[in-house]
Design a protein around this ligand. Structure first.
Ligand code: ADP
Ligand code: ASP
Ligand code: MG
Length: 417
């Protein structure tokens, strides 16, 4: 079986969905499982609904209507007949969402987040499944929440591999086209969970692992994995082949073309990962497989924006040592702060961090009781794999360098622009 993942960009409008159909016709769709994300920026739009709900904003209803309008337009563009069953099916999902919001009693933000944000994928796959049936491609709509079981860490759920493996290998139909949702799972009580933003690539890897798939292809709006993000760098080059190891490094440092959790399950079963363009499906793109010889011949650049550079120093000039550091890290873990770079001197300790869940304010107050705190907001973290002097000076040009750190293959530079 082959696993294909289509992200938000590939299904952002009716033309995108028709293009997915065209991709399938070119590359085949028998014995395929499609993992599909929410359409376009729907997840962000649902995040706004959740914010409005918790703030009791009068914009709540308007923010839901906006999402309805967007999907309805896609339906009208795809189906000539507005009596098609898809209109009722999609409408039912919106009714479920509205019912949930009106009846929910839980004050748990992360729980509510997952119940609401999951609608994006449920709706997108409903539309795709109906559309493919409509154009003559028979398929099975699979509710991923019956297959990927997780703990109840809402918004960042951990997969229960044993149960997931058993359920998937036993119940997913082979030799047909299956369509399922990326990003979602469910907990012991069957409440919806999510695997972390951009987590649909990871979903594809979970299915591949559990089904011993032949390969995974993630279809993107770029020709494959490039040596830098084309949104921030000019003259990028395509990496034709890279090793799992190199791909893990690139994803870990923030090359957002592949979600960092995707590689490990694939690598452990040596399932190849292809990153290809959904606009040119027959081009080879990038292939990621086993082999230490698959090192890129060019420097690779990764940039993470909106980072925080936090420096802590002791109030009484005592050293920041193992005991303090372990305490600080326990707090980072507790508040789900992602640390991307660490540097310490005798009495000070600096980290470049990302506050994905908006917890820094609370953490800062706790740290301030024990340490002197300095921080720079909105810094950028550049990582250069296989760096050269030329690559470094290109990154540093016109920027203030705050921290610089080098290891054998990797240079990291924190800048304020
Ligand atoms: P999806 O539609 O699957 O969610 P993403 O937007 O998450 O797709 O990923 C594709 C985007 O990743 C590209 O449009 C590009 O801007 C970005 N990107 C970041 N780093 C790289 C890289 N090294 N190579 C290719 N694309 C990259
Ligand atoms: N829809 C989710 C998100 O935007 C998951 C994904 O697209 O990978 O984060
Ligand atoms: Mg994405």
């Amino acid at each position: 079986m082959r696993i294909f993942k289509f992200g938000g960009a590939s299904v952002k409008d009716a033309a995108g969905i028709k293009n997915v159909h065209s991709v399938l016709q070119q590359v085949g769709y028998e014995d395929v499982l499609l993992v599909v994300s929410a359409m376009g920026k729907t997840t962000n739009a649902l995040e706004l609904v959740i914010k409005n709900y918790f703030e009791k904003s009068k914009e709540l209803n308007a923010s839901i209507q906006e999402i309805k309008k967007y999907h309805n337009q896609i339906l009208l563009d795809l189906f000539e007949d507005d009596k098609n069953a898809v209109f009722t099916a999609v409408n039912k999902h919106f009714l479920d969402l509205e019912y949930f919001l009106s009846s929910n009693k839980s004050p748990n933000y992360n729980f509510v987040y997952d119940q609401v944000v999951s609608m994006g994928e449920i709706i997108s796959t409903t539309i795709l499944s109906h559309y493919f049936n409509h154009v003559g491609i028979k398929n099975h709509w699979v509710d991923v929440r019956n297959f990927i079981k997780t703990d109840n860490t809402y918004r960042d759920a951990i997969v229960d591999w044993d149960t997931t493996q058993k359920t998937i290998s036993k119940n997913i139909k082979r030799k047909v086209l299956n369509i399922t949702q990326g990003f979602l799972g469910s907990d012991e009580n069957n409440f919806t969970t999510t695997l972390g933003r951009e987590g649909s690539d990871y979903t594809a890897a979970i299915f591949a692992y559990c089904l011993n798939a032949e390969s995974v292809t993630i279809w993107k709006d770029v020709p494959g994995v490039l040596n830098a993000d084309p949104r921030y760098f000019e003259n990028t080059t395509l990496l034709n082949q890279i090793s799992y190891r190199e791909a893990i490094e690139l994803a870990f440092y923030g090359a957002s073309v592949i979600h960092p959790k995707t590689l490990q399950p694939l690598q452990s079963k040596e399932i190849p990962l292809y990153v290809k363009s959904f606009l040119n499906p027959l081009l080879p793109g990038t292939s990621i497989a086993k082999g230490s010889h698959l090192e890129p011949e060019t420097s690779c650049f990764i940039v993470k924006k909106n980072q925080l550079l936090l420096s802590l120093s002791s109030i009484d000039f005592s050293f920041i040592m193992e005991e303090n550091i372990s305490e600080i890290f326990a707090l980072f873990h507790k508040y789900k702060i992602k640390v991307s770079l660490i540097q310490n001197t005798a009495i000070s300790f600096s980290v470049c961090i990302e506050d994905k869940f908006g917890n820094f304010g609370e953490l800062k107050n706790i740290l301030a009781k024990k340490f002197k705190i300095f921080y720079n907001e909105n810094v950028s973290l550049y990582t250069i794999r296989h760096f050269t002097d030329k690559a470094i000076s290109m990154v540093e040009k016109d920027k203030t360098v705050l921290v610089k750190q080098m290891s054998r293959e990797t240079m990291q530079i924190v800048t304020q622009e």
